[in-house]
Design a binder for this molecule. Structure first.
Ligand code: THG
Length: 402
């Protein structure tokens, strides 16, 4: 966001007009109150946030200005992330379990209270429209912790059209993540070993910290281990942030954000960024979470059966830029960019980023299946430079959790 230029200093200039970005000269993006601030917003500003994106109509920090240090913090120590823009949709009532299942392509049978599952959600064409973490709070009460699309509208409409006996609304619940190898030590310091020790992956529990009520979940959008603290009183965001920062000092904590390098290394999907509006969960590499043989019905099931029958056309693949393929310009790259195999367009480069762990630029391509075999060499035009990339064996990072 740019600062106002000199014209704003003239007495008859209208404040707010003729702003230009100090970096690129583009008109300033004016964000009004439609874009919501998180309960941690003031704390992130005080901590030196240097860039935001808009996610679920909210500001979400994406940088504190030192990517190398932020990556180290996440992979060697512990980082504190404002991820309140992973907004919650609460579904509560006698039909909550059946509605949540009908929305979700993942089988939710056996999902107990106090547990969560990662659940791809499709439209009636079998295309991915969100991939939330579904937390079961009670037999009749769920939170969908959503990625960047208006799933609340969808859930409300489906509930009403089906006459489901539920209430669908946004609760006061804002996740703050601690991620990194020392996140466990920090969580034990904050909540005690008796609470944290038994908490398995994707398990959650209600806790209190200095009278601030939270849902503590062992989850988060990295493969570095960690927790999400769902604040349930938005008036206490800065207090919670400061409390966690203070306790984390001895573990080398610092501010951070969902990290593009780490998540691509680790194979976590960024909905809306990696996929296009027509991508199905099989193309997106989420097939392990979708069981078409199961008893349960869900929106998109019939379409997915037909897609599988006729053959899944594309695949989301990891690619590595080959060293001598030239500069790749500022990263992360704007996307999408056409990917070519022997001169023929076979798909798009959806993301690319420097990987500190691999010491090279890595990316994600959405390509025809025939072009997606590991070892296949493709080309992509990056800022006028034709780069060679090779389809990498999956995954770059740690294997998926069982
Ligand atoms: N946490 C919470 N809400 C979220 C995210 C999160 N909402 C938006 C976004 N992230 C949703 N996307 C993902 C993608 C992957 C995972 C979680 C959310 C994830 N996947 C693990 C994996 O793929 O190995 C585990 C999957 C499983 O075992 O079910 O964690 O991060 N609150």
């Amino acid at each position: 966001m740019g600062r106002g230029n000199q014209t704003n200093k003239s007495p008859d200039a209208q404040p707010g007009l003729n702003h230009r970005c100090v970096c690129c000269g583009m008109p300033e993006i004016m964000l009004g109150p439609r874009v919501r601030k998180s309960p941690f917003f003031e704390a992130t500003v005080a901590a030196g946030v240097s860039a935001f994106t808009i996610y679920n109509h909210m500001y979400m920090p994406t940088s504190y200005g030192d990517p190398a240090e932020e990556y180290r913090r996440l992979t060697e120590r512990v980082a504190l992330w404002d991820v309140a823009s992973q907004r919650q949709i609460e579904i509560v009532g006698p039909d909550a379990a059946s509605l949540t299942q009908y929305l979700s392509a993942r089988n939710l049978a056996g999902l107990k209270g106090g547990r969560a599952r990662y659940a791809p959600i499709c439209d009636h064409d079998g295309c991915l429209i969100n991939d939330p973490v579904v937390l079961r709070l009670a037999d009749d009460r769920f939170w969908l912790s959503i990625a960047d699309s208006d799933l609340g509208l969808w859930a409300k409409a489906v509930a009403a059209e089906r006459g489901a006996d539920v209430r669908v609304f946004e609760p006061d619940a804002s996740p703050l993540a601690i991620q990194g190898p020392l996140a466990e030590d920090l969580a034990i310091d904050l909540f005690g070993a008796d609470v944290v020790g038994p908490l398995g992956f994707f398990h959650h529990v209600g806790v209190e910290l200095d009278g601030i009520r939270l849902v503590l979940c062992r989850s988060g959008w990295s493969k570095q281990n960690g927790f999400e603290l769902f604040l349930t009183d938005r008036s206490r965001g800065v207090e919670l942030w400061d409390r966690v920062m203070a306790a984390g000092t001895r573990f080398g904590i610092g501010p951070g954000t969902p990290n593009a390098s780490e998540r691509i290394e680790s194979g976590l999907l960024s909905f809306g960024s990696d996929n296009d509006p027509l991508t199905d969960p099989f193309e997106a590499g989420l097939g392990t979470w979708v069981n078409l043989d199961g008893e349960y019905d869900f929106i998109g099931k019939a379409a997915l059966l037909a897609r599988v029958e006729s053959g899944i056309e594309r695949a989301l693949v990891n690619v590595s830029f080959i060293d001598d393929s030239g500069p790749v310009g500022p990263l992360p790259l704007e996307h999408p960019r056409a990917v070519l195999l022997e001169g023929q367009e076979v798909g798009e480069l959806r993301n690319a980023v420097w990987s500190p762990r691999l010491g090279q630029v890595i990316g994600i391509g959405l390509v025809k299946r025939s072009a997606g075999t590991p070892g296949t060499r493709l080309t992509v035009d990056v800022n006028g430079v034709v780069c060679s990339v090779v389809v990498a064996p999956e995954p770059f990072g740690a294997p998926r959790r069982p």
